[in-house]
Design a protein around this ligand. Structure first.
Ligand SMILES: Cc1cc2nc3c(=O)[nH]c(=O)nc-3n(C[C@H](O)[C@H](O)[C@H](O)COP(=O)(O)OP(=O)(O)OC[C@H]3O[C@@H](n4cnc5c(N)ncnc54)[C@H](O)[C@@H]3O)c2cc1C
Length: 386
């Protein structure tokens, strides 16, 4: 393999580039990214960076002395993959010819139809999004967050600490029920009420009102929530439109084996855009977590360099964390697989719970709220037993 092209210059793309060098690849390495920025860390964008306690320089994912001997083509979007011609086409007309390809184009924030062009309405995925939202939050006022998922909840928590009046609207009866299950979703989202942040559940959003700037969020039950700023936190969709027509199998992202191999030889996918086969669950699963984007490229690159001749190992159970209202929330495993949840330490009311999810008596997931030591112990056990 003489040239490898990595498409997507963020956590998964950088991790793949590092894995290539670590695993002995010394050929040409081209990294394509549509943002102008060098790789930066996204989790602080809804936390310390939004709060103004962390600067832009501290978001950098590369260290000062790191040199991957890569060609960085930044600020340019990949618009097509020609597998037969072994070429990635770029929006500026250039082409990158390569023998191996790593797809790492991540995900983009979903928007609310009809909200385009209305001032005061934000999504949060990129550094540029975070800069714009941070500037608005600094002016204060009433914030309505649409979506009670992790990013919405973190924005609510940060804005509350900045002194804004915050309301969170969630269409489901219980926020976070998908990733954490009903019972623990209620415990974690109880943090909002603990801090006087209003949580409106079980009602959808009909639309937004305002002439050039948003002034209210209109709910489907007829209520109207006055708003100076609105954050739309309704999930993300994988950035894979550019691959349509390439012949690669797409299904909720790029469909991959348990080692990141795609339906095309010499092409692997990593990070939030990749829908990896999960041998534990017996089906594909696309995870949008930092740790997966950081760790899984090692296996995908081993597959790429060995041209598919390696046996896929079983990846560690998915893990993510979230910081809300001063509470460190950690979760590993799959809540949906469980038939019971028990509190092993702390208490739900004290918001310091350590809860273990089991199926037929075996642990399949663990949740910690400000329980880092016990959580780490259970996470290890989970990896060993599941
Ligand atoms: C605000 C926020 C907070 C988060 N907090 C947490 C947290 O607390 N814990 C946790 O576990 N995870 C968290 N995450 C998730 C974590 O950041 C992601 O899982 C991780 O960034 C995924 O990395 P990635 O490289 O796969 O994708 P991304 O980071 O999305 O990067 C993909 C890159 O590819 C670029 N790109 C897209 N299409 C093209 C194209 N056609 N051509 C060229 N380039 C392209 C994109 O612009 C982007 O730069 C958070 C995410 C956000 C946005």
């Amino acid at each position: 393999m003489r040239t490898v092209a990595v498409v997507g210059a963020s956590l998964a793309g950088l991790s793949a580039a590092r894995s290539l060098r670590k695993q002995g690849y010394d050929g040409r390495l081209v990294v394509v990214g549509d943002e102008l920025h060098r790789p930066y860390d996204r989790p602080p964008l809804s936390k310390e960076f939004l709060a103004g306690t962390l600067g832009e320089a501290e978001l950098a994912l590369e260290s000062d002395d790191e040199d991957l001997a890569a060609e960085w083509l930044l600020g340019t979007r990949a618009v097509g993959l020609d597998h037969r011609g072994r070429t990635v086409r770029l929006a500026d007309g250039r082409e990158v010819r390569a023998d191996g390809f790593v797809l790492a184009t991540g995900a983009a924030a979903r928007t609310l139809p009809g909200s385009e062009g209305l001032a005061g309405v934000h999504t949060l995925r990129t550094l540029d999004d975070a800069r714009a939202l941070r500037d608005e939050l600094a002016r204060g006022g009433r914030l309505v967050v649409i979506g009670g998922g992790f990013i919405g909840a973190e924005v609510a928590s940060t804005a509350y600490a900045l002194g804004l009046e915050v309301t969170v609207v969630e269409a489901a009866p219980t926020p976070l029920a998908g990733p954490l299950g009903e019972a623990m979703g209620a415990v974690v989202s109880g943090l909002h009420a603990d801090h006087g942040v209003r949580l409106v559940c079980g009602v959808g959003v009909k639309g937004l009102s305002g002439e050039s700037r948003v002034d209210a969020v209109l709910l489907e039950d007829g209520r109207s929530l006055p708003a100076d700023i609105v954050v739309v936190g309704v999930g993300a969709r994988p950035n894979v439109e550019w691959l349509e027509g390439s012949g690669i199998a797409l299904d909720n992202g790029v469909k991959c084996g348990a080692d990141g191999r795609t339906s095309l030889a010499g092409v692997v996918a990593v990070g939030d855009c990749a829908n990896w086969y999960d041998p534990r669950a017996g089906h594909h699963r696309r995870v949008e977590h930092w740790t997966g984007a950081r760790e899984r490229p090692d296996a995908a690159i081993a597959t790429l360099l060995a041209q598919g001749a390696v046996e896929p190992g079983v990846p560690r159970p998915p893990y993510f964390w979230s910081d809300q209202y001063g509470v460190k929330i950690q979760f590993a495993g799959h809540a949906a697989a469980a038939d019971s949840v028990t509190v092993e330490a702390g208490s739900a009311d004290g918001r310091d719970v350590l809860a273990v999810y089991r199926r037929a008596g075996d642990p399949v997931a663990v949740l910690g709220m400000n329980q880092p030591r016990l959580f780490t112990r259970w996470r290890k056990q989970l990896a060993a037993t599941s």
